[in-house]
Design a protein around this ligand. Structure first.
Ligand SMILES: Cc1cc2nc3c(=O)[nH]c(=O)nc-3n(C[C@H](O)[C@H](O)[C@H](O)COP(=O)(O)OP(=O)(O)OC[C@H]3O[C@@H](n4cnc5c(N)ncnc54)[C@H](O)[C@@H]3O)c2cc1C
Length: 596
């Protein structure tokens, strides 16, 4: 019928576009406006929020609940659309205008299988931010992650204190542990449905190894589960859709899309943040904030914008020709979750493929492969290394549609020819399975820095993965677990055999040196940058205090994944939303309107 035909055309057109999409190298689309010498007055607001991503959408929604407050929300990207609502299309979005288009700098310890040793570092550029193009997985992390934030000098962030804010956002449809989930919040959580026919092999194999099914967002995390996702009847629920769509109807919230903030204007002598300069529609504007400016531009762009505005490491800013207003370690603590992609298996058990029309009809009815990101049927967590014994070190994702994204995988992953050949020729989407391993508590630290003082330039993203050998050792524990898992009775039934790994052939196969080399070639990240503007009490190691106020500057907070002081045993979207929920209450409390 008409609707199915519309979706079929849309998917066909957007996937074709993705294959030839030219990934931007800079913010050139804003160049004309940036060069304009005329600055137009955009008015005065109580709060200006920079970035309508996972956190910014929530902050703008919650602050605009106070009818007397006027809020300006500035977002560099545009609106969401029918295509990005389809979860299984998430990889294609990385080859679209919804992605900033960043790559890492050339790496020496990782990304060795990628062209120029650069890993792609996608970031969402739309209402909803990265939640508008992410893999919709809802994984909060471990209670001890948040208790550690308190140990690092951040009162108020213990698990007991943040759990109510996870619950507040949620409209949970899952049969999870009681006391851990919310009903009636803005943000839907459901299981990706239905898992494919190999899911039972996954669960049964885990049980054979004494790994039990559980609700990983509940009481315990070390176990195995179906995937909890932010979709509603199978459609993506970005924070743009879930939160902003309603809030935008309020008269006191002004949302401007396609607006790049180029500077936070700070009075140098008083060190008070006063307003912002931004570019939209080829014109330059300034707006002022009477109460506060909230920077929610994400863990890559927030540090870039702070540095462009004079807040950052003194020597680096001086090197870039930027006047230093506050010397803080901005960008210096980049945390990422490395993702190892080398474990693919042939099986003799087909998932059964359907034609596009059936897939679309099922999607519109809220189920089937199109409702799921890459068919991540299930996931599990295992302990390793020096984290407390109930905290996982490695997460494994069970993916049952290994080849479905083949036409674009090379470009999304930036694979070199060797790895492209491997993937294109050795994986058959229908019967093969892939395990992705995620290292949750990496020791290596990267850095975000400026390429120049020009906001049209992209920042430098140095991932620096695997600079600490312990990270390799912990990954190998995960690899050994998966090799045991596919030897279980449940996996033997589908005859799972490891697809040959095309790199590192000089080493004895499956030796430690072989895995060390393979991990460095076939790992990228799970796109979870955080920690670049960490919270803490000390100006030499942190950028914001525990209320997320920038040290030494008045009327300026950072609210996004950059403020995590240490990493999460999960994914970063849910915690970014939690941080935004919590700090919105802190702000309301500061202005004594919390219970109004
Ligand atoms: C491809 C991909 C898959 C992922 N999958 C998952 C997943 O399945 N589960 C999960 O939990 N996490 C996932 N993540 C990570 C997760 O989505 C992010 O950690 C989270 O969205 C970060 O939220 P944030 O508010 O910190 O930043 P963002 O959501 O990135 O928001 C920043 C916003 O600020 C805007 N902005 C930036 N600079 C400026 C500027 N100068 N002026 C105006 N606006 C600006 C951006 O356009 C963006 O909208 C994924 C990320 C990616 C990229």
């Amino acid at each position: 019928d008409f609707v199915t035909e519309y979706y079929e055309n849309l998917i066909y057109q957007r996937t074709a576009e993705a294959q030839v999409y030219e990934i931007p190298q800079s913010n050139a689309e804003f160049q004309t406006g940036y060069e304009s010498t005329e600055v137009n007055d955009f008015g005065s607001y109580d709060f200006i929020v920079i970035g309508a991503g996972s956190a910014g959408s929530v902050v703008a929604t919650r602050l605009s609940e106070i009818a007397e407050w006027n809020i300006l929300l500035l977002e560099a990207g545009g609106e969401e659309n029918d295509f990005n609502q389809i979860p299984s299309m998430f990889m294609f979005l990385q080859l679209s205008e919804m992605n900033w288009g960043y790559y890492s700098t050339p790496q020496t310890n990782c990304c060795l299988g990628m062209i120029d040793h650069k890993c792609m570092a996608p970031r969402g550029k739309a209402l909803g931010g990265s939640s508008a193009l992410n893999a919709v997985m809802y994984v909060r992390g471990n209670p001890k992650d948040y208790d550690k934030w308190v140990e690092l000098g951040n009162p108020g962030w213990s698990y007991e204190e943040v759990l109510p804010y996870f619950i507040k956002s949620e409209n949970s449809q899952i049969d999870g542990d009681s006391g851990y989930h919310g009903k009636g919040g803005f943000w839907n959580v459901e299981y990706a449905l239905p898992p494919t026919n190999k899911f039972s092999n996954f669960i049964d194999g885990n049980v054979e190894l004494n790994v039990s099914p559980l609700d990983y967002n509940g009481q315990d995390q070390l176990g195995v589960s179906k995937t909890q996702v932010n979709t509603k009847h199978g459609k993506r629920q970005s924070t743009g859709t879930a939160f902003l769509d309603n809030a935008r109807k309020r008269k006191n919230l002004k949302v401007v899309t396609k607006a790049l903030v180029t500077q936070i204007n700070i009075d140098e002598s008083s060190k008070v943040a006063q307003g912002v300069t931004f570019v939209t529609n080829d014109k330059k504007f300034s707006a002022t904030a009477t109460k506060e400016i909230i920077v929610s531009a994400g863990a890559i762009n927030s540090p870039q914008l702070l540095m462009l505005s004079g807040i950052g490491p003194k020597s680096h800013l001086e090197e870039m020709g930027i006047q230093v207003i506050e010397d803080l370690p901005v960008g210096e603590n980049l945390l990422e979750h490395p993702l190892f992609q080398g474990l693919s298996f042939h099986t003799n058990y087909s998932s059964g493929s359907a034609d596009v029309e059936t897939l679309i009809t099922n999607y519109l009815n809220g189920y089937g492969p199109y409702t799921s990101p890459s068919n991540i049927d299930g996931l599990g967590f295992i302990h390793a290394g020096d984290v407390p014994e109930d905290v996982p070190m490695v997460e494994y994702l069970f993916i049952t549609a290994g080849g479905s994204m083949m036409p674009i995988l090379r470009r999304v992953y930036n694979y070199n020819d060797e790895l492209t050949y491997h993937y294109l020729n050795n994986l058959n989407s229908d019967s093969d399975v892939v395990f992705y391993l995620v290292l949750l508590h990496e020791k290596s630290r990267g850095r975000v820095s400026l390429k120049s003082h020009d906001p049209i330039d992209f920042p430098n993203i140095d991932l620096n993965l695997f600079s600490e050998p312990e990270d390799i050792d912990n990954f190998i524990v995960g690899i050994e677990f998966i090799l045991k898992l596919v030897e279980t009775e449940a996996f033997r039934k589908i005859n799972a055999t490891l697809v040959d790994i095309p790199v590192c052939q000089d080493f004895e196969i499956y030796s430690r040196d072989f895995w060390d080399c393979t991990i460095r070639h076939m790992s990228m990240t799970l796109y979870h940058p955080c920690g670049t503007t960490p919270m803490g009490p000390d100006k030499t190691t942190s950028v914001v205090d525990s209320n997320l106020k920038v040290h030494g500057i008045e009327k300026l907070r950072v609210v996004d994944a950059g403020v995590f002081p240490s990493t999460i045993s999960g994914h970063t979207n849910a915690p970014a939303v939690m941080v935004a929920e919590k700090i919105s209450d802190v702000i309301k409390n500061d202005y004594q309107v919390l219970n109004v």
